[in-house]
Unconditional design. Structure first.
Length: 215
């Protein structure tokens, strides 16, 4: 993991922990390692996972510490455009589980399914400014400290689906575990172990099948 990405993951883990002093320290570190635009993207997307209060507090701390004015808004587009972008990004993150995800969320409430695609994936996670793999690593870090094992499982797998390496995902988990309560850290490591085992088992099976075909 490069230094800029690591700094954004540390920042996301701090936001997920809800500890103001940790957020302040992580903002200082991010300011030295990452571009301001990338930091603001990490801050903006956090509202999907910690709500507006957490995101507003983190953004306010960033403004106070840097004195930088707000950049130009970049969330333009129609609802139809957000929907199309959201479907494309969500399909990349969830891979073969995409159709089932939409079914499950729609069963909870159809508006939640629409908001997930249009707001979450189309308007926010499809924004320019951060690679999707970096966004997913930051999301993993945001989720570790929360009681959200299903969502953590999905985004651990999602980070791998969009090109993050196993090593980078493992590092993101450990960074976030260091900022999380012990019980949450233990649970997160268990979720990651299950995701990693299945991912590596699938890779091994694919390599074995390719070898047999070549023979």
């Amino acid at each position: 993991m490069d230094e800029a990405t690591r700094a954004l993951v540390v920042l996301s883990a701090a936001i997920g922990s809800g500890e103001r002093s940790a957020v302040d320290a992580a903002l200082d570190g991010a300011g030295e390692a990452a571009a301001p635009e990338a930091i603001e993207e990490a801050l903006l997307q956090s509202y999907l996972f910690v709500g507006f209060p957490g995101a507003l507090n983190a953004m306010a701390a960033w403004r106070e510490r840097t004195g930088q004015p707000a950049g130009r808004a970049a969330a333009g587009g129609s609802r139809e455009e957000w929907r199309a972008r959201g479907e494309a990004v969500c399909a990349r993150v969830y891979g073969t589980q995409y159709a089932r995800l939409r079914e499950r969320v729609a069963e909870l409430h159809p508006d939640l399914e629409a908001w997930m695609l249009e707001e979450g994936y189309g308007k926010v996670l499809a924004r320019p400014g951060l690679a999707l793999s970096v966004r997913e690593l930051c999301i993993v870090a945001l989720l570790v400290a929360q009681d959200a094992p299903a969502q953590l499982h999905a985004h651990l797998r999602g980070a791998l689906n969009v090109g993050a390496s196993v090593e980078d995902v493992a590092e993101a988990v450990e960074i976030a575990c260091a900022a999380a309560p012990p019980a949450r850290a233990q649970a997160a490591r268990g979720v990651w172990a299950a995701v990693r085992a299945r991912w590596e088992g699938r890779a091994s099976s694919g390599a074995g099948a390719a070898g047999r075909a070549g023979a």
